[in-house]
Write a protein that binds this ligand. Structure first.
Ligand SMILES: [Zn+2]
Length: 252
């Protein structure tokens, strides 16, 4: 299924996603819920940072309205991993999550945003309908649901790190947008407001993503709460999970 990237979306959508299944996702689910945000938590079975959510905690997060998505078993880079190994990582993690949650898991996120054609094919063959990347500075879901871009990571990257991310994703349009329209001198708040307002004006998708362990490590809980407060409760805006976002855009 390909979605024209120029499709007009109607009411703006705000979605969030959070990777790595750290135990601080419990606090994050509560915070998102308090401000009326929804989101998708992408959960692997090997910790990027200890401790991982337990199965009981995963069920608790899911019960709060957060979507749970796959993030492989061991969080490998899938670029160059090959079709068979990628399929195994994708299949086994999907099965384990579905066993824990008792429901289908339909959204996936590539570890570190690394992918190639075989990684995408593995995700497709194992039955995922959506796969998120780390491509940023977008306010649409893009043209390929298995390469879904985002608006911004909730992390104050240096200009140098941003350039490296554009390079890793071979993202020339994003680089140009950053260097011109969205201002490479803007801080995190400035970038968030610029992209959010762009989505609000044009009926697009604002997609904020990050890691709860990073909020702990870099003391970003306060800044995140202030951001959520600022963007919450806007009239006419739909606050959705990643899967709901794709569905809404597919059937406007
Ligand atoms: Zn990850």
């Amino acid at each position: 299924m390909l979605i024209p990237s120029t499709v007009r979306l109607g009411r703006p959508i705000v979605t969030t996603s959070w990777d790595d299944g750290h135990a601080s996702d419990l606090r994050l689910a509560e915070l998102l819920g308090r401000y009326g945000f929804r989101g998708t938590f992408y959960v692997p079975f090997r910790a990027v940072r200890e401790p991982l959510l337990t199965p009981a905690q995963l069920r608790e997060v899911a019960k709060s309205g957060i979507e749970i998505g796959g993030h492989t078993l061991t969080h490998p880079s899938m670029k160059g991993l090959g079709l068979e190994r990628s399929r195994q990582e994708v299949r086994e993690s999907k099965q384990r999550l579905e066993d824990i949650l008792g429901r289908p898991v339909t959204s996936f996120c590539y570890p570190n945003g690394d992918l190639d054609a075989e990684a995408r094919e593995a995700v497709r063959q194992e039955g995922y309908s959506l796969a998120r990347t780390t491509v940023n500075l977008r306010t649409s879901v893009g043209g390929d649901p298995l390469r879904m871009p985002t608006s911004l990571q909730f992390y104050p990257h240096s200009a140098y790190k941003r350039l490296r991310i554009f390079g890793r994703n071979r993202d020339v349009p994003g680089l140009l947008r950053w260097a011109t329209g969205h201002g490479c001198r803007a801080g995190l708040d400035g970038l968030i407001d610029s992209l959010f307002n762009h989505a609000m004006r044009n009926g697009g998708v604002f997609h904020l993503w990050g890691h709860s362990w990073e909020l702990d490590r870099f003391e970003l809980w306060g800044p995140l709460e202030r951001t959520l407060e600022r963007l919450s409760g806007r009239a006419g805006v739909r606050y959705l999970t990643n899967a709901e976002t794709l569905e809404a855009v597919s059937k406007p």
